[in-house]
Design a protein around this ligand. Structure first.
Ligand code: GTR
Length: 413
């Protein structure tokens, strides 16, 4: 199939014929033994089955063992973001393992417990603002980051991603924001899982995860849940209204976190692509072959079996979206981000719909790909932004609008 392409007007030209998946998709509402799923109780069983399939074949099993986590507030500034927020840095210490720093902004104007976006970041918490009070991460970083020298951040790295985090906008809309460096949980390179949190869970003599045990995306998703554990203890946050959020590889982790951990009230995935919101079977843009070759550590080893065999996968990514039902989920694509297959992300939203309907709530109200700049604003929301891979104010506005519109309805269920 020809890849989808943006024409000169910036419109994503996706003929209906291309909005399809040759060979079809697994049906979220048919159990592995062929039994139709026709009630909420059936779905509870099917849901457990799908989690198990995603664990065994895609992301790897998340360990059930609990680790003790201590937390300590290491800095607090009540006048951050021009007086808008109280900014706190919290050290989360995992017994016997690494430490992760959570950076939390709570709007001063909100006097009740407030909803929060929680997402990982690519370059350390200092990427959000140039303020030297924020701890400069000492962790390993990928080499091409702003100010990164010898795989470490420097003072020149501060604020390097500020445009991706429109703090004033988020805070003025009444939302808190919490973020943590993904590399605090597991550095983003293939080191055989010697660093990060994986070794904390090894059995005697074990030196790396087994074939069906978690990779880096699984570790990042786990970290989002641990940050949520902390937010549950913070009286300023409404822990029942926390949105798992992420861009690109971190959007994959956010979806997997929300699929597994039903405490997340909503998920927002931006340009998450292959292994995120995009259907694997379409093989448009990044394929299983491409992703496992460049990022062998992201998934479980068993996922390699599906290189050029996407049709043999027992699941596809619309079922990852369905695992978030009945909670709201937002999927954001960009016209020029063909690597992430915007049409494949749209179709995941569309084909997750029946599960939401079965559970008696609105699912996805769109049938055609929206034009760039337009959105489908149902409980499963989808928007297509002009431009390329990245996260912009446009994307944030969509996620904030969806949260305003959908969270209340979900909580009223
Ligand atoms: C790309 C990768 C994508 C996406 C992206 C990102 O190199 O192929 O799957 O996750 O990185 O995280 O920015």
């Amino acid at each position: 199939m020809a890849p989808s392409a943006a024409d000169r007007t910036g419109r994503l030209s996706v003929p209906e014929a291309e909005l399809s998946v040759p060979g079809g998709l697994p049906d979220p509402l048919v159990a592995a033994d062929g039994t139709p799923v026709t009630s909420a109780d059936d779905w509870t069983r099917r849901r457990a089955e799908l989690i198990d399939l995603f664990e065994r074949h895609v992301y790897g099993r998340t360990p059930s063992k609990r680790v003790t986590m201590d937390s300590e507030v290491i800095a607090s500034n009540p006048g951050a973001v021009e007086g808008r927020a109280t900014r706190t840095e919290i050290q989360l210490r995992f017994a016997g393992g690494p430490t992760a720093n959570l950076l939390l902004y709570v709007p001063n104007a909100v006097t009740e417990r407030c909803p929060a976006f929680l997402g990982l970041n690519f370059w350390g918490n200092h990427e959000l603002e140039s303020d030297p009070e924020i701890v400069l991460s000492q962790q390993w970083m990928r080499g091409h980051g702003v100010g990164v020298v010898g795989n470490r951040a420097t003072e020149a790295s501060r604020g390097c991603e500020a445009d991706r985090w429109p703090l004033a906008q988020i805070l003025d809309r009444g939302y808190a924001l919490a973020t943590m460096y993904c590399g605090d949980l597991d550095p983003d390179y293939d080191d055989g899982f010697a660093n990060g949190i994986h070794p904390l869970f090894y059995g005697p003599g074990q030196t790396r995860p087994a074939r069906d045990e978690w990779g880096t995306l699984g570790a990042w998703a786990w970290g989002l849940s641990r940050a949520l554990d902390y937010l549950e203890t913070d009286s300023r946050i409404d822990a029942g209204q926390v949105i798992a959020f992420g861009h690109s590889r971190l959007g994959k982790a956010a979806l997997w976190a929300a699929a597994q951990d039903t405490r997340f009230a909503m998920a927002a995935s931006n340009n998450s692509g292959c292994g995120g919101a995009a259907l694997s079977r379409r093989r448009v843009g990044e394929t299983v072959e491409a992703i496992t070759r460049r990022f062998p550590h992201w998934f479980c080893t068993a996922f390699n079996d599906y290189v050029d065999r996407e049709d043999a996968l027992p699941v596809d990514q619309h079922e990852l979206i369905a695992l978030i039902a009945p909670r709201p989920v937002c999927i954001g694509s960009a016209v020029g981000d063909e690597w992430a297959d915007p049409a494949g992300e749209f179709l995941s939203a569309r084909y997750a719909d029946p599960v939401y309907r079965l559970l008696g709530v609105e699912g996805f109200s769109g049938t055609d790909m929206p034009d760039p700049g337009e959105a489908v604003t149902s409980r499963i929301a989808y928007h297509l932004r002009p431009g390329g891979h990245g996260i912009t104010v446009h994307d944030w506005t969509r996620y904030l609008d969806s949260a305003d519109r959908q969270l209340g309805a979900y909580l009223a269920l």
